[in-house]
Design a protein around this ligand. Structure first.
Ligand SMILES: [Zn+2]
Length: 471
């Protein structure tokens, strides 16, 4: 608990409050730009969104602002505000300004690009993911300067806001390579993850990695008659089903050779933090799990642990043979399965891919040919040590701003944090103030405005505290 907790109005909170109306007006304006990166018809809007942000940064007084427009990459925004003290640490804030499509538009209660406010909620595509949180970071810097009265931040701040995150950040590595010197820093603050819950604010400490692959088993050159030939040749669909069935043992553990060899288990303190979070299985199933009827997974781990800190193998889809109406009595010529593996530190996608190839080879029967096609190189996992001074500083800043005990959490999904970590060679911490039920990527996306204001206050506190914390 910091001393600020007993201060009725820390200067950062007053500064955020004074700027709140301006912040909301500005964010609503940004939301009106449909910066949908996956749709070429909206690429002009992605560019408009980048320039909107660049203008906003200039208006806030950022001395160095640039739109990085290296086609075919969609425009990213970069800004830098050097600290007065040249020895102060440099922090890079990462976020994205592109958004998901809105389909189906008729499912929206309010127009997705109007920035409608109802009570304390702001509705619109990007309100939570991620324009709301990027705007929160801009507000955090303004509040930091207002609270300290200084003409420059206590740390050298850099913003890097990409325009292709919702399309899988296809040119992120290229952008990082082109601008290695611009982006050099001591720490990345990643701003694209939620709190665990409104009444249980958390600081995220990591994301799982992911590797996607498709395995195809092929028998002959055509489907054949299941009566005249069936029983006399291997059936690729049956062989594939055996392969899929062999992926897990009875305890839900993945049976790829060496799959767990590099897995780093969470510390006892981290497990205790995760276990202390409120978790109602029925609520979670209904709200987060698409109405699944029961929890399931690796034996010996809680549901949150299964999703956050344990690696998985999932079947995303299976196809093969005749699946049309009625019956067609064939032995199919081929069958295939799409798989995804969620990875945790220190698993490496390349090693898991190699292990998958071995596993497939060992489960390919005589007379069947196997092909393994990877979906790209995969995304590595990332987690920061919960005792790292930067992680502790974020936790203290969030605790001060939210005036509640704050625990650590993780995210089951994957994102570019690992790429930033690997390319820039610095630790990554997470600062987010949105909620898991903000309906990101879905109709009626919203953000809870008081939480964004708390998040901005947390950021402002963080910038003030970091020079000492990182020294
Ligand atoms: Zn996002």
């Amino acid at each position: 608990m910091t001393a600020d907790r007993v201060n009725p109005e820390p200067p950062e909170r007053a500064a955020v409050a004074a700027l709140a109306d301006d912040f909301l007006t500005s964010l609503r304006d940004w939301i009106t730009i449909p910066s949908i990166s996956t749709d070429p018809a909206h690429h002009g809007d992605v560019a408009r969104s980048a320039h909107w942000l660049a203008d906003a940064l200039r208006a806030d007084g950022w001395p160095e602002v640039a739109v990085w427009d290296h086609g075919p990459a969609l425009p990213a925004v970069y800004a830098c505000w050097p600290a007065e003290d040249p020895a102060a640490p440099t922090v890079l804030v990462y976020g994205h300004h592109d958004v998901q499509p809105v389909d189906p538009p008729e499912a929206w209660e309010h127009p997705p690009f109007a920035g409608v406010v109802v009570g304390e909620e702001l509705f619109g595509r990007g309100s939570s993911d991620d324009k709301g949180q990027v705007a929160m970071q801009l507000l955090g810097v303004r509040a930091h300067l207002a609270a300290t009265g200084a003409p420059a931040p206590a740390v050298t701040l850099k913003f890097f806001v990409e325009g292709e995150e919702e399309s899988g950040s296809p040119h992120l590595a290229d952008l990082l390579d082109r601008h290695t010197a611009d982006l050099a820093c001591d720490l990345v603050v990643f701003t694209d993850t939620p709190l665990y819950a409104r009444d249980a604010p958390t600081v995220n400490t990591g994301q799982r990695g992911v590797l996607g692959a498709e395995v195809t088993f092929t028998g002959g050159t055509s489907d054949v008659h299941s009566g005249r030939v069936g029983g006399g040749v291997p059936n690729p669909a049956t062989a594939l089903a055996r392969l899929v069935a062999a992926l897990h043992d009875d305890d839900g553990r993945v049976r790829l050779p060496g799959f767990y060899a590099d897995v780093v288990e969470p510390t006892a303190a981290e497990r205790a933090d995760h276990a202390a979070l409120p978790f109602d299985e029925a609520d979670w199933l209904a709200a987060n799990a698409g109405g699944a009827q029961a929890v399931a997974g690796e034996k010996g781990w809680s549901t949150l642990e299964r999703v956050w800190v344990r690696p998985t193998a999932e079947v995303n889809g299976i196809s093969g043979g005749y699946t049309g109406p009625g019956l067609k009595t064939v032995v199919p010529r081929e069958a295939s399965v799409k798989l995804s593996f969620r990875l945790v530190p220190d698993q490496e996608p390349a090693a898991i891919a190699e292990s998958l190839r071995e596993f497939v080879a060992a489960h390919t029967p005589h007379g069947v040919t196997a092909a393994v096609v990877l979906r790209g190189e995969g995304t590595p996992p990332y987690a920061i040590d919960v005792d790292h001074p930067a992680a502790v500083a974020v936790r203290d800043a969030v605790e001060g701003a939210f005036e509640q005990p704050v625990r650590y959490s993780r995210t089951g999904g994957s994102g570019p944090a690992a790429v930033l970590h690997a390319t820039l060679g610095v630790p990554v911490v997470y600062l987010g103030a949105t909620l898991p039920d903000d309906r990101i990527h879905a109709p009626n996306e919203r953000v809870v405005l008081p939480l964004l204001l708390r998040g901005a206050e947390a950021a402002a506190r963080l910038w003030r505290s970091l020079p000492e914390r990182l020294s």
